[in-house]
Design a protein around this ligand. Structure first.
Ligand SMILES: Cc1cc2nc3c(=O)[nH]c(=O)nc-3n(C[C@H](O)[C@H](O)[C@H](O)COP(=O)(O)OP(=O)(O)OC[C@H]3O[C@@H](n4cnc5c(N)ncnc54)[C@H](O)[C@@H]3O)c2cc1C
Length: 466
């Protein structure tokens, strides 16, 4: 055993110690909230398997600019991400996208993505008439969903508004977020507000019209000038957590009367860390592994979450003009590898317009083979198709890069919300353990922050002296 790795890390007697497994945005947000709740003396450890914090948030220096290679924007319409950025001293760095609209790439042309929809579902069929023939099925006067009932987005939209709305509008929107199959995505998990409204409405368009936010003039999205990595770094610094990189959490054991032993480190040379509580903020498959012996029901719920993979190409160009749009989405029926593109330098004014930067995403659920191609082949395909979508022959980019995100985007199947609730009930039988993150509570960064914070609140409450 190396003299640098004590076999057992027992902590300081009398000080509360919490271990957070996973150093993505969920884990660092949980650590930050734990510090707020447990005070300066608590020992908070973030155990992260890779050699960096951030998980699916990773900013790279690209063509002289900080460009996101994973997630690029925060939802500002809900409060958690913006509030966290402000709390960790990044309030002045919050920037918003330019007021540009995305397009749909249809039949080799970029056309306006219609307004007045929720994830592509119109509040009024007339709003989308230019793109899709929305035939609303006559209703039977009964609410579309009963309390707690769930169905797939595909089944919902196809049965109520027809194939075109689903294929041309809803699927491309959802593919941009989940890279998934709409027939396997749960309405209740991916559109919780809509699911709640469907319990009150017999018509899908009426449910959408009820919840569509009135335009407040406030921006819906934001990012951090200098890169989202800064949010991760500033949050972990403010948490004053002990960061252990390259530390894979392999097993959780309960120790009587009510503590935990966390097994990490290499198999032949394990390190055992004693902790009062554990936050599990890793993707579904490692989370299921960690919880298998502790709460098999919770492990079973997590192990059923499938993941989709995506590849991103980024290009920097000199001397080209991009359309005045934020980017485009492509319906799968167009038969292209490229499913979406962001004109990053148009969308994000803080990146500057000296160089045009485009991010192209490829891959939908079931297209994992795509990720096997080498970088040069992926870049060539992305560049050729980008030119086709833009209707111009593109020059050689001044810089390009490929990023692969294998098994990165969880797919919430119908029933997901109920399964996660049941998993939490099973976990609640054990003191001092909580699950959080994209595997359970939503893929968006703001949802992950909210999830990490809720797990930290839960743990703090459980550890509070009675
Ligand atoms: C290409 C792409 C683009 C995206 N774009 C956006 C966007 O624009 N806006 C948005 O809001 N969201 C976006 N998302 C989604 C969002 O980035 C993620 O859902 C979110 O960052 C997940 O955070 P997390 O902390 O829950 O999980 P992760 O980021 O997956 O972090 C989990 C961490 O756990 C670590 N880990 C795994 N196993 C172990 C173990 N056994 N022990 C210790 N550590 C372990 C991993 O190394 C990882 O660092 C995007 C995602 C991808 C892939």
């Amino acid at each position: 055993m190396s003299p640098m790795t004590p076999a057992r890390v027992t902590g300081t007697p009398g000080r509360t110690r919490v271990l957070v497994a996973g150093g993505g945005i969920t884990g660092v947000a949980a650590a930050h909230r734990l510090r707020e709740r447990l005070g300066p003396d608590a020992e908070i450890i973030i155990a992260e398997q890779s050699m960096r914090l951030g998980g699916k948030i990773r900013t790279a220096d690209f063509a002289g600019r900080p460009v996101e290679t994973g997630a690029e924007s925060l939802l500002a319409a809900r409060p958690e991400a913006v509030r966290l950025a402000e709390a960790v001293g990044l309030g002045d760095a919050i920037v918003h996208p330019a007021a540009l609209k995305p397009a749909l790439s249809l039949g080799g042309e970029l056309v306006d993505f219609p307004a007045g929809h929720m994830m592509g579902i119109p509040g009024d069929p007339a709003d989308v008439a230019a793109i899709a023939n929305a035939k609303e099925r006559p209703d039977n006067g009964l609410p579309i969903l009963e309390a707690g009932q769930d169905m797939s987005v595909g089944a919902l939209v196809r049965s109520r508004l027809g194939d075109e709305v689903l294929d041309r509008l809803v699927s491309p929107m959802l593919a941009g977020v989940y890279a998934g199959d709409v027939d396997r995505l749960s309405v209740r998990a991916v559109m919780p507000q809509l699911a709640a409204a469907l319990e009150r409405h017999a018509r899908l368009t009426e449910a959408v019209a009820e919840i569509k936010r009135p335009a407040t003039g406030k921006p819906v999205f934001a990012t951090i000038d200098g890169g989202l990595d800064r949010l991760v770094t500033a949050t972990s610094a403010a948490a004053r957590a002990e960061i252990r990189l390259g530390m894979t959490v392999r097993e959780l054991r309960q120790t009587p009367p009510d503590g935990w032993e966390v097994i990490t480190g290499p198999v032949p040379d394990p390190i055992r860390v004693r902790a009062d509580a554990v936050v599990v903020a890793v993707p579904a498959s490692p989370a299921a592994e960690l919880l298998r012996a502790v709460a098999p029901e919770a492990a079973a719920a997590l192990s059923g979450v499938a993941y989709a993979s995506v590849a991103l190409a980024a290009f920097a160009f000199d001397g080209i003009e991009l359309p005045e749009r934020s980017g485009f989405l492509t319906p799968a029926s167009e038969g292209k590898t490229v499913k979406a593109a962001t004109f990053a330098s148009k969308k994000w004014p803080h990146l500057g317009r000296r160089r045009q930067i485009v991010r192209v995403s490829m891959g939908r659920l079931g297209e994992e083979a795509l990720l096997q191609y080498d970088d040069a082949t992926l870049a060539k395909t992305a560049l050729r198709e980008l030119g086709e979508h833009l209707g111009q022959r593109l020059p050689e980019p001044v810089e390009q890069r490929i990023d692969r995100w294998g098994g990165a985007l969880p797919q919430y199947a119908p029933g997901h919300v109920a399964r996660v609730a049941a998993a939490r009930v099973a976990l609640a039988r054990h003191r001092g353990v909580a699950i959080a993150g994209a595997a359970v509570d939503g893929v968006g960064i703001a949802a992950c922050i909210a999830s990490g914070q809720a797990a930290a609140d839960d743990i703090a409450q459980q550890l509070a002296p009675k």
